[in-house]
Write a protein of this length. Structure first.
Length: 143
């Protein structure tokens, strides 16, 4: 997924880039007629993008984060749509906390953690005591 995001890590592909103490945002010109509005709450660790991708986070979110960590996104005041989204997420989180139960991340519409790529192994299931699993792969040439 990161390889799909790299071509989008040029400022020329983005409009309205900005960041503040809570979020980073921008509009990425993609294959669609309209740019994809992308935002990340880097405190709440959640993202939103208007692209049709089913992957979370999508390549636009990853590209935006790469631009931000490389210092290519200026600090500025968040536009109203970003502020509204962040405040709604914070209020929803506070309500869930007050109700005494948090929903699972999978029940949220936005992503809270990246899904493993098809080539990445899933978390292994623990084996019962006394049973051994397959020999671990010690070939580090792919790392």
């Amino acid at each position: 997924m990161l390889s799909a995001a790299r071509p989008l890590t040029t400022v020329a592909k983005w409009g309205g880039l900005g960041a503040d103490e809570r979020a980073v945002w921008g509009s990425c010109r993609g294959s669609g007629a309209e740019p994809y509005d992308t935002m990340v709450d880097h405190v709440g660790v959640v993202s939103r993008c208007t692209c049709p991708s089913r992957r979370h986070p999508c390549k636009h979110v990853l590209a935006l984060l790469l631009l931000w960590v490389h210092g290519d996104v200026a600090e500025t005041t968040a536009p109203s749509q970003v502020t509204t989204w962040v405040e709604a997420r914070a209020a929803s989180s506070a309500r869930r906390g007050a109700e005494g139960g948090a929903r699972s991340p999978a029940s949220d519409a936005e992503s809270t953690s990246p899904a493993p790529d098809a080539g990445e192994p899933a978390d292994p299931t623990p084996l019962p005591p006394g049973e051994e699993g397959p020999e671990p792969d010690r070939d580090q040439s792919r790392d």
